[in-house]
Design a protein around this ligand. Structure first.
Ligand code: ADP
Ligand code: MG
Length: 393
C-alpha cells in the first residue's frame, strides 16, 4: 500500500507516541497497549477464592517505550503532564516513588524481585480508561508498562505469569490490596470473549461472549457517584467473609456450595453475616450459571442473572448506592435484558446487557432518570469484549 493508511482514529496510541517524541526527542522503539476491564458478573467473590468473569474494554492505556542506558527509568503521563525519573535504589524501596509513577516503579520492582534483568527504559503513557471509575485504569497502566519492559528486555515471562507479577506491584509497591482479577483481565482477555477466572487456582478459560453477531451490546454507565467510605466498607466486608468462613470451618466461602447454603446459614450467628454469606455463595453460582449459558451460545439469557446479582449486592451485601440503583432500574424499565453494578461498590459503574437497537433508548432513559433526581449526568459507553495487552504494530 503506498498511500497513507490510518487504522483507528488518531487516538491513544498516537498520543502516547507524540508524547514520547516531545519528551524524549525521538521515536519510541515500540508501543504496548493494555485495556481497562469490566466485570460481567462475580462481585466480591475474588477474595473469597471464588469466580469472576471480566472482559476487556475497547478503552486502552498505551505505553510508548524505548531503551535508556543504565538502571534508569523515566515515565511521562499525558494525564498529569509530569515526567518522573527513578533508579534502582528508588525501585528497591517500596514507597520511595509515590503517586501515579509508583505503578510504574512497582512493575520494575516486581520484575527485579522475580529475578529478571529489567532494561532501563523511557516510557510515555496515554490512556482512554477513566481513572478511579472502577474500570481498572491501574491494571491497564501496569500491564502496558509490564508488556513493554518484557518485550524491550526480551524477558522470559509468559503471559500466564504476568498477572501475578503486576498484582504484586500494586499490592506491595503501590500498597493497594487488590485481588488478581484486574491484572488477569488486562493481560489475558481475548476479543469476543469473557475471561472465566478461578481466583483460587488462577486458572482461566476464555468464554465466548461475542455480542455483535448476537445483536447485543453492553452499555457501561459511569455513575460518577463519589466512592463514599469505599475503603473501610471493603475491609469490613472482607473481614466478615473471613470470619464466616472460619466459623463454618472452611478455608474460604468458595467452599460453601450453593446446595449447602441453607445449612451454612443456620450455623451463622447473626442476620448481617448470613446476608453477606448468601451474597457470596449465590454470586459464585451465578458466575457458573452465566458461564454455562455463554458456553451454549445463550448470551441473551444471562440478563436475569445480572439483575439478580444486582439485587444481591443491594439487599444482601449492601454495597450499592442510590445512583447505581437508579441506573439499574432505569435501564431495566427501558428494556435492558439485565443490569447490575459492576466493581467493588459504593459508586462506580453499572453495566446493562441490551439489544443493540435499544442501546440508545436505554442510554436516554438512564440519563433522564439521573436528571430527574438531580444527579450528575452519567457517562455512557457501548462496549464489546476487546483483546488484552499486546504490542502494537
Ligand atoms: P481504577 O483502577 O479503578 O481506575 P485505581 O484507584 O485502582 O482506580 O487506580 C487509579 C490510579 O492509577 C490513578 O489515581 C493513577 O495514580 C493511576 N493511573 C492509572 N492510569 C494512569 C495514567 N494513564 N497516567 C497516570 N496515572 C495513572
Ligand atoms: Mg485499580
Amino acid at each position: 500500500m503506498t498511500h497513507h493508511h490510518r487504522s483507528a482514529p488518531a487516538g491513544v496510541a498516537h498520543r502516547a507516541t507524540a508524547g514520547y517524541q516531545t519528551v524524549y526527542g525521538g521515536p519510541p522503539a515500540g508501543r504496548w497497549a493494555a485495556p481497562g476491564r469490566v466485570n460481567l458478573i462475580g462481585e466480591h467473590t475474588d477474595y473469597n477464592d471464588g469466580f469472576v468473569l471480566p472482559f476487556a474494554l475497547p478503552l486502552r492505556t498505551v505505553a510508548a517505550a524505548g531503551p535508556q542506558s543504565g538502571d534508569r527509568w523515566t515515565v511521562w503521563s499525558e494525564l498529569t503532564g509530569e515526567t518522573v525519573a527513578f533508579g534502582a535504589d528508588e525501585v528497591a524501596a517500596p514507597g520511595r516513588v509515590t503517586g501515579w509513577a509508583a505503578y510504574v516503579a512497582g512493575v520494575v520492582w516486581a520484575l527485579r524481585e522475580a529475578g529478571h534483568v529489567v532494561p532501563g527504559a523511557r516510557l510515555a503513557v496515554a490512556s482512554d480508561v477513566p481513572l478511579g471509575a472502577g474500570l481498572s485504569s491501574s491494571a491497564a497502566l501496569e500491564a502496558a508498562v509490564l508488556t513493554a519492559l518484557v518485550d524491550l528486555g526480551g524477558l522470559d515471562l509468559p503471559a500466564q505469569h504476568q498477572p501475578r507479577l503486576a498484582q504484586r506491584a500494586e499490592n506491595h509497591y503501590v500498597g493497594a490490596p487488590t485481588g488478581i482479577m484486574d491484572q488477569s483481565a488486562a493481560i489475558r482477555c481475548r476479543a469476543g470473549h469473557a475471561l472465566f477466572l478461578d481466583c483460587r487456582t488462577e486458572q482461566v478459560e476464555h468464554i465466548p461472549f461475542d455480542l455483535d453477531p448476537a445483536g447485543l451490546a453492553v452499555l457501561v454507565v459511569d455513575s460518577h457517584a463519589p466512592h463514599r467510605h469505599a475503603d473501610g466498607e471493603y475491609a469490613a466486608r472482607r473481614a466478615t467473609c473471613e470470619k464466616a468462613a472460619a466459623l463454618l470451618g472452611v478455608p474460604a466461602l468458595r467452599d460453601v456450595p450453593a446446595a449447602g447454603l441453607d445449612d451454612a446459614l443456620a450455623r451463622l450467628p447473626d442476620d448481617e453475616t448470613r446476608r453477606r454469606v448468601r451474597h457470596v455463595v449465590t454470586e459464585n453460582q451465578r458466575v457458573l450459571d452465566t458461564v454455562a449459558l455463554l458456553r451454549t451460545g445463550q448470551a441473551r439469557h444471562i440478563g436475569p442473572l445480572l439483575t439478580a446479582s444486582h439485587a444481591s449486592m443491594r439487599d444482601d451485601f449492601a454495597i450499592t448506592v442510590p445512583e447505581v440503583d437508579t441506573a439499574v432500574e432505569a435501564a431495566l424499565a427501558a428494556g435492558a435484558l439485565g443490569a447490575r453494578m459492576t466493581g467493588g461498590g459504593f459508586g462506580g459503574c453499572v453495566l446493562a446487557l441490551v439489544e443493540t437497537d435499544r442501546a440508545d433508548m436505554v442510554a436516554t432513559a438512564v440519563t433522564a432518570a439521573y436528571g430527574e433526581r438531580g444527579y450528575t449526568a452519567p457517562t455512557l459507553t457501548t462496549v464489546t469484549p476487546a483483546p488484552g495487552a499486546a504490542s502494537l504494530a
